[in-house]
Design a protein around this ligand. Structure first.
Ligand code: PLP
Length: 384
């Protein structure tokens, strides 16, 4: 099998599983309990928090563990909007967000907020000027993802955050695809909130974090006990968090601020992407890539004109190649993705779009094999 769907999820690395096992087998204590074994677990949890904070240039108290990207996005959108509703009831999101953000915005609309959707340019980039035009005096929050999950375009987050702030609004970024793949520092970027998920960087599924700037007003979203300093109730998923920390250690080093491995992986993926584009262009007519020049090293969106991506994916699967049509959640539907539509990609191209996404575990040999498999599949669909 050739696995080119790393933006959907990644393989949980063996050392990540190893880091989790002690918290399932022997160190299973509830960090909120009083005896010393549980207090050790609590100390470990706080060490994990400090580590994760370092990878983003944040303070430990600004890191809140969650069940993943979807929860972090829901919490940021709903929690920040509700906490600031006294100042205004308008929220701005980009039209190319993941549904975790888009459907949270829809929920806000059903609950008395108005939402504006900012369109990207043809490369899938949200221009600061476009955000500026959407801001209103009653805007309390703007949310634009750090990099898009379908086409990989990296967004000008620092400039966008500054536009939001100059209008008096807070700024959240969904960094689920970007974190662990490009360097992000919350102070440099000037963001107020940032979402992360572990399973996009070889960590376990069902765990992530929300960076929430100290002092930023945000409502709690999961109510119950006093965990996460009372911000997010529920017994902590220590095994999952241990797995996330180990996945990050492999990228950011033991101290959380030595990202040599992250940069090496990024260079490797960028090279695989470059080779894949060259090979597809030489083997297949009428194919082109989507997204910006400045895009995530591991994400490649390719459109094959006049081809159905569903038919293509079936043939690729038959030959052992895993990829996605747009994003994993949009696949299965015959509608072209909302991201490609909003970029203005013509329907005859958008319908034949496949996302290939790489990790450092992929090889150049796989790229050559995959390009041949894809060329055969496209020819078969076009001849049918
Ligand atoms: N945001 C983006 C940009 C994503 O790509 C994803 C997952 O595909 C999510 C949020 C949701 O993250 P999770 O799967 O951890 O809930």
């Amino acid at each position: 099998m050739i696995y080119f769907d790393n933006a959907a999820t990644t393989q949980t690395l063996p050392s990540v599983v190893d880091a989790m096992l002690p918290f399932l087998r022997s160190n299973y204590f509830n960090p909120s309990a009083q005896y010393s074994a549980a207090q050790d677990a609590k100390r470990t949890l706080e060490q994990f928090r400090s580590y994760m904070a370092k990878t983003l240039g944040a303070k430990p108290s600004e890191v809140r563990f969650t069940s993943g990207g979807t929860e972090s996005d829901n919490w940021a959108l709903k929690g920040i909007a509700l906490a600031n509703r006294g100042k205004g009831k308008h929220v701005v999101v980009s039209a190319i967000e993941h549904h975790a953000v888009l459907n949270s915005a829809v929920w806000l609309e059903r609950n008395g907020f108005s939402v504006s959707y900012v369109q990207p340019n043809q490369w899938g980039v949200i221009e600061p000027e476009a955000l500026r035009n959407a801001m209103r005096p009653d805007t309390v929050l703007a949310s634009v993802m750090a990099a898009n999950n379908e086409v990989g375009s990296i967004q000008p987050i620092k400039e966008l955050a500054s536009v939001a702030h100059s209008s008096g609004a807070l700024f959240h970024t969904d960094a689920v695809q970007a974190y662990g793949h490009i360097l992000l520092n919350v102070r440099d970027l000037g963001v107020d909130a940032l979402s992360v998920s572990a399973h996009k960087l070889h960590g376990p599924k069902g765990v992530g974090m929300l960076y929430a700037r100290k002092g930023m007003p945000i409502e709690s979203f999961v109510h119950g006990g006093a965990q996460e300093r009372g911000y997010r109730a529920g017994t902590e998923n220590l095994a999952g968090i241990a797995g996330m920390v180990q996945a990050c250690r492999l990228l950011f080093g033991e101290d959380g601020s030595s990202p040599a491995a992250l940069q090496k992986n990024a260079a490797h993926c960028a090279e695989l992407k470059r080779k894949m584009v060259n090979q597809l262009n030489s083997l297949i007519r009428d194919c082109r890539t989507n997204g910006a020049e400045n895009s995530l090293p591991g994400i490649l969106s390719v459109s094959f004109k006049g081809v159905s991506s569903e038919a293509l994916l079936l043939l690729l699967d038959r030959d052992g190649l895993c990829a996605s049509a747009g994003s994993a959640c949009a696949s299965g539907s015959l509608e072209p993705s909302h991201v490609l539509q909003s970029m203005g990609v013509a329907p005859e191209w958008a319908r034949g779009t496949i996302r290939f996404s790489f990790s450092e575990l992929n090889t150049e040999r796989e790229v050559s094999q995959a390009a041949q498999i894809i060329a055969n599949a496209v020819a078969q669909v076009r001849d049918a």
